[in-house]
Design a protein. Structure first.
Length: 329
């Protein structure tokens, strides 16, 4: 299987309507990409990506990367090869998703390259990349491994991180007793939370949040937090609490930023919260009971390389629901 790259290519696609493998030319269509590696978190991400692809009317590309080694890894069963083992894990994930979502068009990609390289190449042609991550033990948040962190920091498009164990029921309000699993999608969707920094407003970030809420028929909660003004050097006086005038100024800025999007998405119920404090702390608090938290990542390189920013990094470590990271200028 050739690695994904920008431009037309030929790929192997298995359609739900039949068992035969079909070779066809790649066309530029809307699609969601997810990476699987045989782990529970990878499978949870694949199922979340499948639900998102259905909401978008898109196809789903499932990517599994593998590297050839002279000696088989310890986890490869005796009598098998690394490639065969990789194919089996890819098929298992795709078959699980295919069984749960029979109407979804799924394309499998077995890429002989590193996971980071394969996913970044796939991201160039995708509308969204969805990755899995282990939770931080018994607390909320994600374990940022080298793959997820590097993809988030370098992807040119949105990346969503999903914890192991995330299910369709987690996207909706608690189901009443006696309801069947098939009825869960009819239960109201949990809110989408947007972290808004009015100093660097970003159309891509705001539009992603509104579109996500619209597709799920969910409410959108916009959170803007501002810290107190720093004390002057040599000033021993305590820093005063922000007054009503400062609050009012931030509220006006938030409303002015969000108003055009409310007019563009009149079907999305929107609430705005302005508070004094640390943005990460307020977003973690607001994420309780949410289905998705949307945060930004500024596209910039430093002498230490690309990074995801302190607020986004903190949110990924302390928020339990899926988190969407949107790169912007």
């Amino acid at each position: 299987m050739r690695p994904l790259r920008t431009g037309p290519l030929v790929h192997k696609a298995r359609h739900n309507s039949g068992q035969a493998w079909i070779w066809e030319a790649r066309i530029m269509v809307q699609h969601v990409v997810t990476g699987v590696d045989g782990s529970p978190q990878g499978l949870a991400a694949a199922h979340w990506a499948a639900r998102e692809a259905l909401r978008r009317g898109a196809s789903l590309s499932i990517v599994h990367a593998w590297k050839w080694h002279p000696r088989a890894a310890p986890y490869v069963p005796a009598g098998s090869t690394a490639r065969n083992w990789a194919e089996q894990r890819l098929d298992q994930a795709a078959n699980s998703v295919r069984a749960a979502h029979p109407g979804l068009r799924i394309v499998e990609h077995l890429v002989p390259d590193s996971a980071v390289t394969a996913l970044l190449r796939a991201a160039e042609e995708a509308d969204l990349v969805v990755l899995g991550s282990r939770g931080l033990g018994g607390v909320a948040g994600f374990m940022l491994g080298s793959v997820s962190q590097r993809v988030i920091a370098r992807s040119s498009g949105p990346v969503v991180l999903v914890r192991a164990g995330e299910t369709v029921a987690d996207e909706h309000l608690p189901a009443p007793d006696g309801i069947s699993p098939d009825e869960i999608p009819e239960i109201p969707h949990r809110d989408v939370v947007l972290g808004l920094d009015t100093r660097h407003p970003c159309d891509e970030l705001i539009e992603f949040a509104f579109e996500s809420a619209r597709r799920c028929r969910a409410a959108l909660r916009v959170i803007h937090a501002f810290g107190p003004a720093p004390a002057r050097v040599g000033d021993d006086q305590p820093v005063p609490e922000p007054g009503a005038e400062l609050f009012a100024g931030h509220e006006r800025t938030v409303l002015a930023t969000v108003r055009p999007w409310c007019e563009k998405f009149p079907e999305v119920p929107v609430s705005e919260t302005v508070c004094a404090g640390h943005a990460a702390t307020e977003l973690v608090r607001a994420s309780t009971g949410a289905s998705l938290v949307v945060v930004g990542r500024r596209k910039r390189d430093t002498h230490m390389g690309t990074h995801i920013g302190p607020v986004t990094h903190a949110v990924l470590h302390h928020v339990g629901c899926p988190v969407a990271v949107i790169p912007h200028a």
